[in-house]
Design a protein around this ligand. Structure first.
Ligand SMILES: *Cc1c(COP(=O)(O)O)cnc(C)c1O
Length: 342
């Protein structure tokens, strides 16, 4: 986005895809002067994807606009999804279902090696039940998607119409939400005369990254400026799934376009021991942003990615004079589930 002129771009036309609005409008981009001065390097900005009004907010709402849109278009009465016990995607699916009057079933697995009371019952799990979702509690070894398909078939045999979304809502249709967000970032940067040298995001199921890449390619911009810090699998796994999802999403937008290997930038330096397992960098990053700017990251996704951003600034990889945009993806309820870590 930096040297590329931001004028004369084609807008993304996603109007042919069914969509149910769940956001109130564009989320703001904000400068972080105190944190930038504290780190003494690049200028840091945040895209406030946590400031989305429904159900505690977070990045899954953009995907859910298209997922719920499709579910309603096919006449579903029930939406079902899968995730870890503290899944933000599950929580926001439950909230969106309540908002539009769908029943919701969540298949949650104990994949993260934590069994303390906060992890098992607080945070997202507490909210899932407030939103009226039916939660299936499975062991870590279970195949959640297979369980969900079997449960969906059992409900269908009783006459129900069930719409199943994959992990993180990251089907190609779900990823359209972040292709749309790519256009929003471009519009906002242009209006504020800001050009970002680097965009830093967490990469979990890869859908947010894939959607942003698809949007950038469709708009003729360079998607390798987006660095995804993987918090779920190693770099090779995250690269492969993100590339595949980005291509599938781009197919929906414009079948003539392709995403290349080099369009996908993944960094695995913040993964630590694995998904949902805290790192010192994450704990420090959460405290740093909270204490310098009053903003809250989450322990599983944005805290680890922000640790990567801090490392990039302090090591000089993101040099003084550069502008770095961090996508704050939400997940605040996770802090309460990981209370003991802080
Ligand atoms: C799901 C999630 C992400 C990662 O998005 P993916 O599309 O799964 O890669 C990042 N941050 C938060 C808070 C999330 O809930």
């Amino acid at each position: 986005m930096n040297s590329t002129p931001l004028t004369g771009l084609a807008r993304l036309d996603l109007s042919r895809f069914p969509r149910r609005e769940l956001l109130e409008g564009p989320t703001p981009i904000q400068h972080l002067p105190r944190l930038s001065a504290h780190l003494g390097g690049a200028n840091i900005y945040v895209k406030r994807e946590d400031l989305t009004g429904l159900g505690g907010g977070g990045n899954k709402l953009r995907k859910l606009e298209f997922l719920i849109g499709e579910a309603l278009a096919v006449g579903a009465d029930t939406i079902m999804t899968v995730g870890a016990r503290q899944s933000n995607h599950a929580r926001l699916t439950a909230a969106a279902a309540a908002r539009v009057g769908l029943q919701c079933e969540l298949v949650l697995t104990r994949t993260v090696p934590r069994s303390d009371h906060d992890y098992m019952e607080n945070g997202n799990v507490l909210l899932d039940s407030l939103f009226g979702a039916h939660v299936h509690d499975l062991p870590g070894s279970a195949n959640a998607l297979q369980f969900a398909e079997q449960r969906a078939n059992a409900l269908r045999a009783q006459g129900r119409n069930v719409y199943v979304c994959p992990l993180g809502g990251s089907s190609p249709v779900g990823c359209l939400g972040y292709a749309d967000c790519a256009a929003e970032i471009v519009d906002q940067s242009r209006a504020a005369e800001l050009s970002f040298d680097r965009i830093v995001i967490p990469n979990g199921s890869g859908g947010m990254h894939a959607g942003l890449i698809a949007g950038f390619v469709a708009l003729g911009l360079d998607p390798s400026r987006i660095t995804g810090f993987t918090v779920y699998g190693d770099a090779a796994h995250a690269h492969a799934t993100t590339l595949d999802k980005a291509n599938q999403t781009l197919q929906l937008i414009d079948p003539n376009l392709r995403v290349n290997q080099s369009d996908v930038s993944i960094d695995e330096a913040q993964l630590g021991q694995g998904y949902g397992i805290p790192t010192d960098g994450m704990r420090a990053a959460v405290r740093l942003l909270a204490s310098t700017e009053g903003l809250l990251l989450d322990p599983v996704y944005s805290g680890k990615a922000f640790a990567g951003l801090v490392e990039g600034v302090t090591s000089g990889k993101y040099a003084a004079g550069q502008k770095v945009l961090f996508v704050m993806s939400g997940g605040l309820p996770g802090l309460f589930a990981y209370r003991g870590e802080f």
